[in-house]
Design a protein. Structure first.
Length: 233
């Protein structure tokens, strides 16, 4: 039975996974209004010891009361050990993940968000997450071109911007139908969207302003193709 307190967002595109996880994190944040009741943990691991530390930090955060009582909102961001990499395939990493299952089922008032990319979908822990969490595999069945169109049009809609007819197709052709390619073309924008920092806190700080930076990104890539913002509702 899926836990109402555990969320898992996985996929093969780190930007899509991050955006979906950020959407869920910001949606849950009002339940934890105190800044000290929200914590983001960098989930990137190079060794088994890193995996053990990340999971131990998450356990400690979830089981520690916030300053004003109650649970905490914890996000393990950009976990990279649910795959067949040297670290992900190590028995020590698998054992560490296995040991989390008990306390993940006893989160109480706390909520844990787990986002991971890239992933190996036959990983035992992913199989467990599918049955025991609010699980979402981002764009698993979505073709890259469709994913690109959905993402760009969604970002444009949020910013009150619309593309001229044929503009999305032209933009897709120019950057290979992949949002990552456009973001790499502007390192500063990429950094401010949350890809240039090894710290989860900085990712969160910039992520909360992602609408502003998506607007700058869209204008920078497709400035000649964008029409003026809509007038009225």
């Amino acid at each position: 039975m899926a836990s109402a307190s555990l969320y898992a967002i996985l996929g093969d595109d780190d930007y899509l996974v991050r955006e979906k996880a950020l959407e869920i994190f910001e949606g849950l944040a009002p339940e934890f209004p105190d800044d000290l009741s929200r914590e983001i943990i960098d989930g990137r691991a190079d060794r088994v010891e890193d995996v053990e530390r990340i999971l131990a930090d998450a356990k400690s955060a979830c089981q520690t009361l916030s300053l004003f009582g109650g649970g905490k909102l914890v996000w393990i961001n950009e976990a990279n050990f649910l795959n067949q990499s040297k670290t992900g395939a190590a028995q020590g990493s698998k054992d560490a993940l296995e040991s989390t299952k008990q306390w993940l089922g006893e989160l109480g008032d706390s909520k844990l968000l787990f986002s991971a990319c890239p992933v190996h979908r036959n990983h035992p822990f992913i199989k467990w997450l599918q049955q025991n969490s609010n699980y979402e595999d981002v764009a698993k069945q979505e073709k890259e071109e469709a994913s690109f169109r959905r993402l760009v049009e969604s970002a444009a809609h949020e910013c009150g911007i619309r593309f001229a007819p044929g503009a999305v197709e032209f933009l897709s052709e120019k950057i290979g139908g992949h949002f990552q390619a456009g973001r790499r073309g502007n390192p500063q924008t990429g950094r401010l969207l949350g890809t240039g920092s090894r710290t989860g806190h900085r990712t969160a700080r910039y992520g909360t302003r992602s609408r502003f930076w998506r607007r700058r990104f869209l204008r920078g890539l497709g400035g000649l193709l964008l029409q003026q913002p809509r007038v009225g509702p």
